[in-house]
Design a protein around this ligand. Structure first.
Ligand code: GLN
Ligand code: ZN
Length: 754
């Protein structure tokens, strides 16, 4: 029985981030449009060639982009918002980049998280525009691959349903009409592809794995019926990923030639649905069996069993082996990691290695390879070695719930804390970081290069701490921070000091546009080694009589911003990290630091795509936070911080964190969050961000006072704190001091009113 191999998409950034470098050179005026196009073509063809050389049989085209694939679709549909220059036809490079990044006159389009990944897409704005095909870049991509490399490519496009779900600025009741208009544009697009001889097109519909309103189902059916009726010669592979598809039975019956399913991040639900309801014999099944999002090698034996099981339900020759998602979410190649431990490296698989895995699996699956048993044994060796190294327990702990809490209720703790901390009403504080100036960053670079000794570095950091303790005293803040000058990144800093984390040199993943992240790899059991923040915090405290808040990153955020182990349930890893953070909390407390902030900006990001799965996630996320924060004296004040203001739907979980004070974003959402507190009485300390730290603008006292007053109309004054929206590391010294002075003045004025 034959098995084909296929990819859903390949990373854009290039092995050495050539893509990023070309774009940024262009933006700064150091690379002409012509040269940019040439460089982009070079990168694009190189990526196609790699897939071809790796023996991938069905190669995606059109997934490459100059910024973001959703923005490409928006441009292709002519949906350029009014504020940008555009008079129909194809969108100029300048307008395209303006939509992505804004320009001196107009703000960029909004950017938001791509489903449950750390990729961010540019949100299409519909407004009063009707979609119309402005140019067909898929056709161009298809032709290029064919002419230059003889590749019979599979154009990839976001599906009409998901595109609209990802878009904004239209009324809900306009959805059916818009979808039908957009479908007509797809008909035209598909017709042009079919006329050129394209055989397969991959239509991504990741929104089909979210909770779909019942009334959308007939609309989805109609969309795909139209496409099928109008362009019958083109084969559509309807691709889903990141979770099990909702309404499996209906989706597999849609009039398309193939369905792509994720068999890795589906909690076993897609396989179960396949076994229960079968699969149409005339359709191709794109079987996402290799993890497209994480960086571990596949356990071949298990995968082989999975493939054989899938084959039972699918027609002969109809299974395509694929990664579970586009490889956009993985780094490019393990080859570029010379400094990683060999045993660990053996166990890793980035995009290029995943292509090899598909090929191996294909050979094993069709019984072509002779070295079957040997290959499987070698593969098992790889994972066994991670244990023999002592990095992972032989037998992982059973997953138990870890419900711990503070010994006194918030109400009782509060009384003790009020006695211990003589703070004014509406106390003022900041979120943790102060400007990471070039000077600060250079210190780290020089330490790395050996140009500074450790103690020289240490004392340079201390001098920054001192400068900012002085600033804070002078500004008149009530609770001070040390400023986080020693930290490169709020996760990396802790990961580097805990057991179980590895860091790569080149394993970048696109976060948005030309920006990438290099997430740490959690490869072993996480353990506390020695205090990580005590020295700097205690030093800061020694300089002032005001309380200095200790500053830690929480377990859920550390986990959500790392590549996690795939041999343990996520929550177990979260609990291990929580145990380690708990040790740090104790170390701080023992050293006399009795206000401790544990940041959880990524808590919300980890929410599963389906509503029905939220509660189980929130349960362990909250437990992990409580595990890290509960073993303290009742007089010790635990703070937490989150960078967003969408709380309405998770307010119970936020409250269950049982932090004494939470600081959150408010100013960017124009205070909308306050409505949350009108009906949900949040009854613990709360700091509402009174100014947006993302902008260099120094806000006026009145603006801040306005936010404070509005907040005080719904929140009791004695629970209320005054602080900026987030950390100030991206701002400069002058702006920061000026803005904080105004903030303190605003707080003083407000105090007089309560
Ligand atoms: N304490 C961190 C800082 O101030 C918090 C950052 C964040 O919330 N992302 O930088
Ligand atoms: Zn923040």
């Amino acid at each position: 029985m034959q098995l084909k191999t296929s990819l859903l998409g390949y990373p854009r950034i290039g092995e050495k981030r050539e893509w990023k470098k070309a774009l940024e050179a262009h933006w700064t005026g150091n690379l002409s449009s012509e040269d940019l196009h040439a460089e982009m073509k070079h990168i694009r063809l190189n990526h196609l060639k790699k897939q071809q050389d790796a023996g991938i049989e069905i190669i995606p085209v059109g997934d490459f982009t100059y910024y973001d694939h959703i923005l490409d679709a928006t441009a292709m549909f002519g949906l350029v918002p009014e504020r940008f220059e555009y008079d129909g036809g194809s969108v100029s490079l300048e307008t395209y980049f303006s939509m992505a990044r804004g320009n001196k006159d107009v703000p960029a389009s909004e950017m938001t998280k791509w489903y449950n990944t750390n990729y961010h897409y540019i949100v299409p704005e519909i407004g009063n525009k009707a979609p119309a095909l402005s140019e067909n870049y898929l056709l161009a991509a298809y032709k290029e691959a064919k002419e230059e490399l003889g590749i019979e490519g599979k154009p990839v496009i976001i599906g009409p349903y998901s595109f609209l779900k990802l878009a904004k600025h239209y009324k809900n009741d306009a959805f059916p009409e818009l979808l039908s208009q957009l479908t007509d544009v797809y008909v035209q697009l598909f017709q042009e592809l079919a006329d050129e001889g394209v055989q397969w097109v991959q239509v991504d519909e990741p929104s089909l794995v979210t909770t779909i309103p019942e009334e959308d189902l007939p609309l989805i059916l109609k969309t795909y019926e139209t496409l099928q009726n109008e362009v019958p010669q083109l084969n559509v592979l309807l691709q889903t990923y990141f979770e099990a598809v909702s309404h499996y039975e209906k989706v597999i019956e849609l009039p398309v030639a193939g369905i792509g399913l994720d068999f890795v991040h589906d909690q076993g639900k897609n396989l179960h649905a396949l076994q229960t309801h079968g699969f149409p014999k005339d359709k191709v099944l794109g079987a996402g069996v290799i993890d497209g999002r994480n960086i571990w090698k596949a356990k071949l034996k298990d995968k082989l069993v999975l493939v054989k099981e899938i084959q039972k339900y699918v027609g002969d020759d109809k299974v395509w082996l694929q990664p579970s998602a586009s490889l956009l979410h993985t780094p490019v190649t393990v080859e570029n990691e010379p400094t990683l431990d060999e045993t660990l490296k053996q166990a890793l698989s980035f995009a290029d290695e995943k292509m090899e895995e598909l090929r191996t699996l294909q050979q094993l699956g069709i019984g072509e390879s002779e070295a079957n048993d040997k290959q499987l044994e070698d593969n098992e060796e790889i994972f066994a070695a991670l244990k023999t190294k002592g990095w992972r327990k032989e037998e992982p702990d059973p997953t138990t719930s870890t419900d711990v809490g503070r010994s006194l209720s918030y109400e009782e703790r509060r009384k003790k804390q009020l006695e211990k901390w003589p703070l004014p009403k509406l106390p003022t504080t900041t979120i943790g970081s102060f400007p990471q100036t070039r000077d600060v960053r250079r210190l780290r670079a020089r330490l790395k290069k050996g140009e500074l000794t450790h103690s020289e570095y240490q004392s340079a950091i201390q001098s920054h701490i001192k400068t900012w303790i002085d600033h804070q005293e002078e500004i008149g803040l009530d609770v001070l921070v040390h400023g986080e000058f020693e930290r490169n990144d709020m996760v990396e800093y802790f990961g580097e000091r805990l057991e179980g984390f590895a860091f790569t040199k080149n394993a970048w993943v696109q976060s948005y546009g030309s920006r990438g992240v290099k997430p740490p790899i959690i490869y072993g059991d996480v353990r506390f080694k020695e205090p990580m923040t005590v020295e700097e915090t205690v030093y800061a405290q020694s300089l002032t009589d005001k309380p200095v808040k200790g500053m830690l990153t929480g377990p859920v955020t550390i986990l959500n911003w790392s590549f996690e182990r795939d041999d343990l349930p996520k929550q177990q890893v979260a609990f291990q990290i929580a145990e380690a953070i708990k040790e740090e909390v104790s170390a701080l407390e023992n050293a006399g630091i009795e206000m401790i902030q544990i940041d959880e900006p990524a808590l919300r990001e980890g929410l599963p795509l389906k509503r029905e799965d939220w509660s189980s996630y929130l349960e362990w996320a909250v437990q992990a936070f409580r595990l890290s924060s509960s073993y303290v004296e009742n007089t010790t004040q635990i703070h937490t911080h989150m960078c967003y203001s969408e709380f309405q739907d998770i307010i119970d979980a936020i409250s269950a964190l049982d932090a004494d004070v939470i600081s959150i974003e408010t100013s960017r959402s124009q205070g909308d969050i306050l409505e949350t507190f009108e009906d949900n009485v949040y009854d613990k300390g709360i700091g509402l961000g009174v100014y947006d730290i993302h902008s260099p603008r120094v806000p006026s006292e009145e603006e801040m006072l306005h936010i404070i007053r509005r907040a005080l109309s719904v929140l009791p004054a004695d629970l209320f704190w005054v602080n900026p929206d987030c950390g100030l590391k991206t701002r400069n010294e002058e702006e920061t001091v000026a803005a904080l002075k105004k903030m303190v003045n605003a707080a003083q004025q407000a105090r007089a009113e309560v």
